[in-house]
Design a protein around this ligand. Structure first.
Ligand code: DLZ
Length: 162
């Protein structure tokens, strides 16, 4: 996975997602950015053979709500991985720190609680331009990266169950 361009990866290193089922939770805050992340993630899942029938997209108000949205998916939908997409932009107060800390810890906790991949597709940037650059701009799309990570982690889990 590249660090400069979030969309650059070895296409042959990604297994087929033909029989995998994915939840995608998208934060509505900074929707110009998060909708681009979602488009990138969905396009990438499909590029690797996931079907529309196996991709379930839902929206939550903000990034803070992503872990709970992911938990609902784990409890009520038969999915192999859940991709959480958000964008937190630094403001004048410490709100940024609290949201970033909560969503990162919350996502980690979900992975371990459900023994299932919950992918951290959250941009945490100093300004809007940095976010746009990473949501289909000059640094690629973190949604693509999140989708590739989801597929790889589902395959990784499967390798222990065979
Ligand atoms: C309140 C807030 C602020 C200030 N900034 C962001 C942001 O940059 N990105 C984001 O996704 N959400 C933001 N929110 C909303 C919180 O995530 C959350 O929805 C509210 O605090 C309600 O729980």
């Amino acid at each position: 996975m590249a660090t400069k361009d979030l969309s650059q990866y070895d296409i042959n290193s990604v297994p087929s997602a033909e029989n995998m089922r994915f939840g995608v939770v998208v934060a509505e805050w900074n929707f110009e950015v998060t909708s681009a992340l979602a488009n990138g993630a969905i396009d990438t899942l499909k590029k690797h053979d996931a079907t529309d029938n196996n991709i379930f997209v839902k929206y939550v108000p903000g990034t803070f709500e992503l872990p709970l949205g992911g938990q609902f998916f784990a409890e009520h939908e038969n999915v192999d991985a859940i991709i959480l997409l958000g964008c937190v932009i630094q403001g004048e107060t410490r709100h940024f720190d609290y949201i970033c800390e909560a969503v990162a810890q919350g996502t980690k906790d979900l992975n371990l609680k459900y023994n299932k991949p919950f992918i951290f597709g959250v941009l945490t940037t100093n300004n809007q331009q940095q976010a746009i650059d990473r949501a289909g701009g000059k640094h690629g799309n973190k949604g693509d990266e999140a989708a590739v990570t989801a597929i790889k982690m589902v395959e990784f889990k499967k390798s222990f169950l065979q």
